[in-house]
Design a protein around this ligand. Structure first.
Ligand code: 13P
Length: 255
């Protein structure tokens, strides 16, 4: 059956020392206070990856991820970071398709499909984000938007490759706004995503895919969100920057 996953997205926060100390706190708390099978992932800025990967080795259930990669293999792309470079730090995951990358860095569905291929080629698991804007929710077109994001970004993959993908439903209107989707709103979309996956890849693969919720998740609302049948954990922004809040969210699965 599918895994429960709580992933932190630090975004562009934490200088080097702050990141090391936050990660050390998280690893120690997870070691001492988490008993369960849920996987914990920390997606830090590139500057922390190699160091936190060393800190996490041997701890078992804290994995590391990046927040984007470049789609090319290597070469003259000044300032960019490739999938193989991220992989060489010890990272296991990469967030792709985050709405901030789509909106501020013009990442299209077509480009994201290339990034997904680059990640999988180098054995990095994409945490692939999809979600509608406020206007798209209000106009009722959100199912179409989500289906398009899935099909253009991911459905070129064959079933074997798709098994390595984690999905995150992040309604854009809920990110960093304090406006969380209600558990019912989130469940409705998660169930739709799973149904769409079943149509493409069959029910077994759909049932085995982890679908995370992201958007103003915090220690107070995580329980009601994660208890929905199709919500398998969270992609946490702001609350992942405080080790105690992040731990409380992780421990929802032990409650
Ligand atoms: P917040 O939890 O800060 O709303 O961010 C969610 C997010 O974008 C995670 O990727």
């Amino acid at each position: 059956m599918r895994k429960n996953i709580v992933a932190g997205n630090w975004k562009m926060n934490m200088d080097y020392e702050q990141g090391i100390s936050l990660f050390s706190e998280i690893v120690n708390m997870v070691k001492d206070e988490v008993i369960g099978n849920q996987e914990v992932v920390v997606c830090s800025p590139f500057i922390h990856l190699a160091a936190i990967s060393k800190l996490s080795s041997g701890t078992g259930n804290v994995s590391i991820g990046a927040q984007t990669i470049n789609e090319h293999e290597s070469g003259a792309y000044t300032g960019e970071i490739s999938a193989s470079q991220v992989k060489s730090t010890g990272a296991a995951y990469v967030i792709l398709g985050h709405s901030e990358r789509r909106a501020y860095f013009n990442e299209t569905d077509e480009l994201l499909a290339e990034k997904v291929n680059a990640a999988l080629k180098h054995d990095l698991k994409p945490i692939f984000c999809i979600g509608e804007t406020k206007d798209e929710r209000e106009s009722g077109s959100y199912f179409d938007i989500i289906k398009t994001q899935l099909s253009k970004g991911l459905f070129h993959l064959d079933a074997e490759a798709f098994k390595n993908v984690v999905l995150a439903y992040e309604p854009v209107w809920a990110i960093g706004t304090g406006l969380t989707a209600t558990p019912e709103q989130a469940q409705e979309v998660h169930a739709f995503i799973r149904k769409t996956l079943a149509e493409q890849y069959g029910q077994e693969i759909a049932d085995n895919t982890s679908i995370l919720y992201g958007g103003s998740a915090n220690p107070s609302n995580a329980q009601s969100l994660f208890s929905q049948p199709d919500i398998d954990g969270g992609l946490i922004g702001g609350a992942s920057l405080k080790s105690r809040d992040f731990l409380q969210i992780i421990n929802v699965f032990n409650a």
